[in-house]
Design a protein around this ligand. Structure first.
Ligand code: NAP
Length: 496
């Protein structure tokens, strides 16, 4: 090919591509200065930020505020369901997203409340206060009803049963499939997401193809023009490297929801931070104008370096996923031609990118109470029971309705954990914990430790679909073997 008949190669676009992906660090720094794209904005892109939101209900309460604090400390993205945002801001600080709603008012539990939510921690409870009125700092209140004559402020039936039922049903309508994790949700994009994908076209090798990824209604559109001029023939979009790589070891692969134009595309993963490292590829055919789900099993990925397959390369390391890429290429592998390719305009819509095949983890965690099955149970000696059991009737059947609330959770179809704490205290956490089932234990436990327990449960497949009581151990033990504690639990049977 002579110089004259070569198509006009665009050096500016080439440089732009390398700069966007920070292959030329110095230029990237300058660009960052000029566009004022703060570093910390991308820092969480590969972490929990794109993994979804944890919704905490009852976030202004004694347990709820501690759950929020701990989740934030562990980099979760948290949304707090609160009744009074102004008061909540004072209690919870600036780092949490607030959403005003009331679990007893189903109309307030909107799809916006559940947007991007992957799990709910429900710490709500009907207000119990001293009969002589609440104290401003609620110090007395937090000591528990052992220390004052209590009364309920609202109806336990409406808050602890109907309210919980409303919330878990709203969650059931919109929580994602339990065994998958959404990596990119283009239906509900965040600002960060818009900065993550950039074009890598054959301009990097002298070609003139051109493409982009942009958000359209309910999806992202990867589109452009592939030209085979100048020995080119591919267009692609790639994420910037995640600052902390994704650990997807517990999943089997990636699932894409796409609508294409009938051509064969490639999905590419990278487990190295290098710009020009091994790419692990998977080819998939699209159906013209049809939404389809494409599964990309990690074990089916083909290692490729500069268009050549590498039969001896290590299997894809899903513990360090640095970048994702979508490509339309004239070529398959080792010079073979893509049988479903035509040069010119192309379009592929992407609705979501998920990791699939993971273990099911709890998606609705309810803080209930020890004693819920004891009122009216034959053989119960009320003298020995905690005040809530003794005073269940005076307190509007508080425990009876909590049990009904638990039933609504168990029947919801959402993977759940029901935690039944013994008397809650304001003492420091870090105590040894005792788990029991059957609702027979008495004791106390710090709200700090219940908050930590919620955090553990969120990541614990063994906590799925179990109900258990918890109290602190007699002996001090700051080391928890969480795995063996959860292993001791039986899946739901007749004993509630
Ligand atoms: N106290 C104990 O010894 C003990 C023992 C075992 C179990 N429990 C249970 O453990 C759970 C957590 O206890 P806690 O001490 O953290 O309770 P808490 O301090 O009374 O907190 C209750 C939370 O629920 C919220 N709430 C009440 N009604 C609501 C509604 N209709 N819509 C939305 N939010 C609502 C409250 O919001 P506001 O701030 O707006 O009022 C508050 O944030 C409760 O279910 C409690 O019954 C308590």
């Amino acid at each position: 090919m002579t110089h004259q008949n070569r198509s006009q190669w665009d050096a500016g676009r080439f440089l732009e591509t390398l700069t966007y992906f920070e292959v030329i660090p110095f230029l990237s720094c300058l660009k960052r200065l000029f566009t004022n794209r703060a570093k910390n904005k991308t820092e969480t892109q590969g972490g929990s930020q794109i993994m979804g939101v944890i919704l905490v209900a009852g976030a202004t309460g004694g347990v709820g505020k501690r759950v929020v604090r701990r989740l934030i400390e562990h980099d979760y993205q948290v949304r707090a369901l609160v009744r009074d945002a102004e008061r909540a801001r004072e209690i919870l600080g600036e780092k949490v997203e607030l959403f005003e709603a009331d679990i007893t008012l189903p109309d307030t539990l909107t799809p916006q409340l559940m947007n991007n939510v992957v799990a709910v921690v429900c710490c709500t409870g009907v207000r119990v206060q001293p009969v002589e009125g609440d104290t401003p700092d609620r110090a007395k209140y937090y000591q528990g009803i052992k220390f004052y004559m209590p009364e309920v402020v609202d109806s336990p039936e409406i808050v602890d049963y109907q309210g919980i039922k409303n919330l878990v049903q709203a969650a059931a309508r919109s929580l994602p499939q339990a065994a998958s994790t959404v990596l990119f949700d283009f239906k509900h994009p965040t600002d960060q997401l818009k900065e993550t994908w950039g074009a890598v076209d054959d301009v990097v090798m002298g070609g003139v193809s051109e493409s982009s990824m942009r958000l359209i209604e309910q999806a992202a559109l990867f589109s452009g023009n592939v030209s085979t001029a100048n020995s080119g023939g591919f267009a692609s979009v790639r994420t910037r490297n995640f600052d902390s790589p994704l650990n997807l070891t517990e999943y089997e692969g990636i699932e894409l929801r796409v609508k294409g134009d009938g051509q064969r595309y490639k999905f590419i993963l990278r487990s190295e931070a290098k710009w020009d490292g091994i790419s692990y590829c998977y080819s998939f055919d699209t159906e013209k104008d049809q939404w389809i789900d494409v599964r990309v099993p990690f074990e089916a990925l083909i290692p490729v370096f500069r268009a050549k397959t590498l039969p001896d390369a290590p299997a894809f390391d899903s513990s360090h996923v640095y970048a994702l890429q979508l490509m339309l290429s004239k070529f398959e592998y080792d010079g073979g031609l893509n049988p479903n390719f035509a040069p010119g305009a192309f379009a592929l819509q992407v609705e979501s990118i998920k990791a699939y095949g993971g273990a099911t983890k709890p998606q609705f965690i309810m803080i209930s109470s020890a004693g819920v099955t004891r009122p009216g149970r034959p053989g119960i000696n009320l003298e020995e029971e905690p005040p809530a059991v003794r005073m269940n009737n005076q307190l509007g059947g508080i425990l009876t309705w909590k049990l009904r609330g638990e039933d609504a959770v168990r029947e919801s179809g959402v993977p759940y954990t029901i935690i039944r704490p013994c008397a809650l205290t304001e003492e420091p956490g870090g105590k040894g914990l005792v788990f029991e089932q059957g609702d027979n234990i008495r004791g106390k436990v710090s709200r700090e430790d219940i908050a930590e327990l919620c955090l553990q449960v969120l990541e614990q497949p063994k906590a799925c679909n179990v109900t258990f009581e918890v109290k602190e151990a007699d002996s001090f033990n700051s080391f928890h073997n969480w795995d063996s504690l959860f292993s001791s639990l039986k899946l739901e049977s007749g004993d509630k």
